[in-house]
Design a protein around this ligand. Structure first.
Ligand SMILES: [Fe+2]
Ligand SMILES: [Fe+2]
Length: 302
């Protein structure tokens, strides 16, 4: 049975939600620079992410790695995924600032947008520090993705901005939520994930409600643009979620590793699993459907 459709939201609802989110931000926020023990030693025998979420899990390449190499690969993978998150957070901060720039700062929902910028700013520093602590390279997005990010932060507004944001936030949330509860995973990953999951729950609420509010006011062309924009973000993020250079960290040729990961049914299933709660919501909002759905299929998200 499918979940009941979310009710349409009014401007009064918007302020009430913002008030709740602002209160929750005061009560449940972290300062990663203080709340994470950055000098604690890493624990021998633990993983960067649960091993069944590795992009190579279940492949012949995985079988050919030693247990130690597999653990190392998952450390590179957690940092690569966080780097993709960081890339999007920088875009999101700019989109949120542009949104606030055009609005009355006395409105609580505008103050919440600014609060979210502050959260994302701490998250980006936290992800960067985690990568440094694990001692792995900076898995910056490819030049084409980097350039696309500049386009997104300049052009992304309205439904496309909130739907794209939801995509990145919700799939990361699913991976991180599972990982923070897994005792085979390094405490550093678990604490970073706990902080991120706690604060992102508010961002997801905010973006979902904004999308519900905006969609009835859009015309056909705006809806079509939002579908393509969101599908493009989803496809790029999902296909490059694990940077191809991570495989070199365990002696596997980057092209060979990437090819095996993209063809890996376990990894494809993980991607669909991470999007399973978001996809019905975006369909209900008219963001998934029509010709752009081909990108969602290509990325193994539906
Ligand atoms: Fe974040
Ligand atoms: Fe967020």
């Amino acid at each position: 049975m499918s979940a009941p459709a979310e009710p349409v939201k009014s401007a009064a609802d918007r302020e009430a939600t913002a008030e709740r989110l602002l209160r929750s931000s005061l009560e449940h926020s972290y300062e990663p620079a203080i709340d994470i023990d950055w000098v604690a030693p890493l624990v021998d025998g633990l993983w960067g992410i649960p091993q069944h979420r590795s992009s190579l899990y279940g492949t012949a390449l995985w079988d050919g790695l030693t247990e130690e190499q597999r653990r190392t690969l998952t450390i590179h993978e957690v940092c690569a995924v966080a780097r993709m998150g960081l890339w999007f957070e920088m875009i999101l901060m700019q989109m949120l600032l542009r949104y606030a720039y055009d609005r009355d700062p006395r409105r609580l929902h505008v103050q919440y947008a600014l609060t979210e910028v502050a959260d994302e700013c701490r998250h980006s520093i936290m992800f960067a520090k985690m990568t440094e602590r694990y001692g792995v390279p900076d898995y910056a997005p490819r030049p084409s993705t980097h350039r696309l990010g500049k386009l997104l932060k300049t052009l992304g507004t309205g439904p496309a901005m909130f739907a794209g944001t939801l995509f990145v936030e919700e799939i990361l949330d699913q991976f991180q939520r599972e990982s923070m509860r897994d005792e085979t995973v390094q405490p550093l990953t678990r604490m970073v994930n706990k902080i991120h999951v706690t604060e992102e729950a508010r961002h997801v609420r905010y973006a979902r409600e904004e999308l519900i509010r905006i969609m009835p006011k859009t015309n056909r062309a705006q809806r079509a643009a939002a579908r393509w924009f969101t599908a493009l973000i989803a496809c790029i993020v999902a296909r490059d979620l694990v940077h191809r250079d991570v495989y070199a960290g365990v002696g596997i040729d980057r092209a060979v590793g990437r090819k095996a990961a993209l063809a890996n049914p376990h990894w494809q299933e993980s991607l669909r699993w991470s999007a399973r709660k978001l996809v019905p919501f975006l369909r209900e909002q008219g963001i998934i459907g029509g010709p752009s759905e081909i990108l969602w299929r290509k990325a193994h998200l539906v």
